[in-house]
Ligand binder design. Structure first.
Ligand code: GLC
Length: 708
């Protein structure tokens, strides 16, 4: 009999439910305050895991109670939201996605795992792999943007980094892919509302990253708070037990989101906590996070015949298997180093590198950037210049260790005269400093506007109906722009901000997102030219919130937009084009693409397509280009998107150099979900596109034919 069989045979019902109970230890607030657990509950085997508790000493003290004082000595696991770094806070995931570099994505995950495990954690609630096309939703900050293919690659990279070579090792943690699924499509962009998406959208957009995560060996998944077409994900047996476990073969643990089991009552699908607990356990949710709904509801659910004990035992088995895979039975204290994992300073170096790579230069009129030598007096105005750049879900990051934008600029431009005024507050109506700020700007050679969102305006429960500049920041910008002086705007944000009035008029605009501990140094590296920007937008950047959702993989419509033809798909009061397309991002040099070749021109269903494109650095500085590869199936049994992303790659080129980039696509990469939502290949013509973004006017193309 295995250890797990023996434990299951020995466990009382309360101890079984205990293993399914995750309690909030409260070292961080990540949701509504719900009563926590205590050491006596651990001693009595009523708690199987904790979230929001880290630090080797605290973890080991708590673990010791479980493994030395409880009846069955089953080790706990400790979980935390390590979303973009643990102690070394890296850029938010949306910013990191802008690097379009799976190796870097893996590297930051590896660094986070080392730090998290060093603090005694064994599970982290990441990666967040919710595709979204709605900047009103605050959690757009936490994912990889609008494209399922990119998000799938990020999921794979994060799993490699977090799991390392051996999930039971002392420097690895188990990933929890979240939030399953379609959480990124909340109605009206409002947090926690219904996701009412089509079956096709579900299978083409929201599920693929989770399928990739399962194929990459994810061991835990978290259902989303939302209902999907009326069925709350926490009670969605068809998608959890059916699609996820049976179809995709996921055999890991499903951990509810925070208090989500109890919230089935609010959803209106459960009349009381026993019904809620029964629905969740029958849907396949193994661990009840924070709600203690399993503890409060399962015993009576059994008595009322709502659920069988065998279902509970199945869940317990999966939890114990996970603990075994984590090595917790072999050595419950394996994770946890007094004082945390060494190497924090080296990880800051990595933090600066990824932060630089995440910055996206949106505009740069007259090559104002990098800042020229003759620029001597620089006015840094705006409420974000000294703000916390750790962003939402900053983990164990310490704001006091972060480098602000102002600090970074002062450090990099020590020989310049840098003057500072806040001007207006980030939110609210305080404009008391506006006049003084403008006075300061009058004598400056260059004005740097540090504006945008604060961390509190981004992330969970931070939907914005009108994602422009918050508060009275626009007034500051307008007053600065009225001076008609060289002006650089730095946008700190967790989402695209709809500010065409700023990007059209400032000399240069860059997106700094929330870049983490090294934000100030990374921004200074870019504006001074020490680093040639390489970031590219992982989301389409709208002009106006009325365009949302706007994304490159749209379907063509029977009446494609034709501005001069009234009866076509357009607005009468706004353009149909984005402010900046997916993949947009300027460099201090410029690249050209030519001679796209896709061979063979006639591709067999079992064949491979060799694709090549010449990339030239036509500017005067070395730089890095990012090239995206799209396909289009112009005629198929289902209307296909006008662009479907199939790959991306980066290339570093010296000034004047030209090199050929190559890809190999399998014919199966041309497959799509037919009317029956089953994958199919259909013969016919395909367009292959290459470009530095999804801007249709700047793509080069080639045609091939798929034969049967
Ligand atoms: C939050 C989030 C989830 C997080 C969990 C634990 O509400 O939805 O992403 O992992 O609670 O903090």
């Amino acid at each position: 009999m295995s250890r797990i069989d023996e434990l299951l045979a020995a466990m009382t019902l309360d101890e079984k439910i205990g293993q399914l109970t995750m309690v909030n230890a409260g070292m961080a607030v990540t949701g509504p305050v719900v009563t926590g657990g205590g050491t006596e509950a651990v001693r009595r085997g009523r708690i199987g895991s904790f979230l929001n508790l880290w630090g080797a000493e605290t973890v080991h003290v708590t673990q010791r109670i479980a493994v030395e004082e409880s009846r069955l000595r089953i080790p706990l696991f400790f979980a935390f939201d390590v979303i973009h770094g643990h102690r070394t806070t890296f850029p938010i995931p949306l910013a990191e996605a802008a690097a379009f570099d799976p190796d870097l994505w893996e590297e930051t995950a590896r660094a986070a795992a080392i730090e998290a495990a060093g603090d005694g954690l064994s599970i982290v609630f990441s990666p967040m792999i919710d595709v979204t096309r709605d900047p009103r939703w605050g959690r757009i900050a936490e994912g990889a943007g609008e494209d399922p293919w990119v998000t799938a690659r990020l999921a794979e990279a994060k799993l490699r980094g977090l799991h390392g070579a051996d999930l039971s090792a002392g420097d690895t943690v188990a990933a929890v892919a979240k939030h399953f699924c379609a959480y990124g499509a909340p109605t009206a962009g409002r947090e926690y509302t219904s996701a009412d998406v089509s079956e096709r959208a579900l299978h083409e957009v929201y599920l693929p990253p989770f399928a990739a995560a399962v194929a990459a060996g994810v061991v835990a998944i978290m259902p989303a708070f939302n209902d999907l077409a009326g069925v709350p994900m926490t009670a969605n047996a068809p998608l959890l037990r059916g699609l996820l476990r049976q179809e995709l073969g996921f055999d890991g643990v499903i951990i509810s989101d925070y208090n989500a089991v109890a919230e089935l009552i609010n959803h209106g699908v459960a009349g009381d906590v026993a019904e809620a607990a029964a629905l969740a356990i029958k849907a396949g949710v193994d661990i009840d996070m924070v709600a203690r709904a399993y503890e409060r509801g399962l015993p009576s659910a059994i008595e009322r015949g709502l659920v069988e004990v065998t279902l509970i035992e199945e869940a317990v088995r999966r939890v114990l298997v996970l603990k075994e895979r984590l090595g917790l039975f072999d050595d419950p204290y394996r994770r946890g180093i007094a004082g945390g994992a060494p190497g924090h300073e080296q990880r800051r170096v990595l933090g600066r590198e990824i932060a630089r790579r995440a910055i996206v230069l949106l505009t740069n009129a007259h090559d104002l950037l990098p800042i020229a030598e003759e620029i001597r007096r620089i006015a840094v105005v705006g409420p974000l210049a000294e703000a916390n750049m750790l962003g939402p879900w900053a983990g164990a990051g310490r704001a006091e260790e972060a480098v602000t934008i102002l600090e970074g600029l002062r450090s990099a431009l020590a020989n310049r005269d840098i003057v500072r005024a806040e001007g207006v507050s980030a939110g609210g109506d305080d404009v008391s400093g506006l006049a003084a700020a403008i006075d300061l700007c009058r004598s400056a050679d260059l004005i740097i506007l540090a504006v945008g969102e604060t961390a509190a305006m981004s992330g969970e429960a931070a939907s914005r109906a009108d994602p422009g500049l918050p508060g009275r920041q626009r007034e500051l910008c307008e007053a600065v722009l009225a001076l008609s002086k060289p002006t650089v705007a730095i946008l700190s944000c967790g989402r695209p901000l709809m500010v065409p009035w700023l990007t059209d008029r400032a000399s240069a605009v860059l997106v700094s997102w929330f870049l983490g501990l090294e934000a100030g140094h990374a921004i200074a590296d870019v504006v001074t030219g020490r680093f040639n920007p390489t970031g590219r937008l992982p989301v389409t950047w709208p002009r106006h919130v009325g365009q949302v959702p706007i994304y490159f993989a749209r379907r063509p419509s029977g009446r494609p937009a034709a501005p001069t033809d009234h009866y076509t798909s357009k607005y009468i009061d706004e353009s149909v084009t984005p402010l900046f397309p997916f993949g947009h991002g300027l460099s201090y040099t410029r690249f050209t693409l030519a001679n796209l070749r896709a061979e063979p021109a006639a591709l067999r269903p079992d064949g491979k397509l060799d694709i090549a494109v010449e990339v030239t650095n036509a500017g005067a500085r070395d730089g890095q280009a990012t090239v995206f590869l799209f396909i289009r199936d112009p005629v198929a049994s289902v209307a296909r998107p006008v662009l479907e992303l199939r790959s991306f790659a980066r290339i570093r080129l010296a000034a004047g150099a030209c090199e050929t980039m190559r890809w190999v696509l399998a014919a199966s990469d041309l497959a799509f979900l037919g009317p029956d939502l089953k994958p199919r290949l259909e013969p016919g013509e395909f367009d292959i596109f290459a470009g530095e973004s999804a801007d249709p006017d700047r793509l080069i193309s080639a045609k091939i034919r798929l034969t049967i």
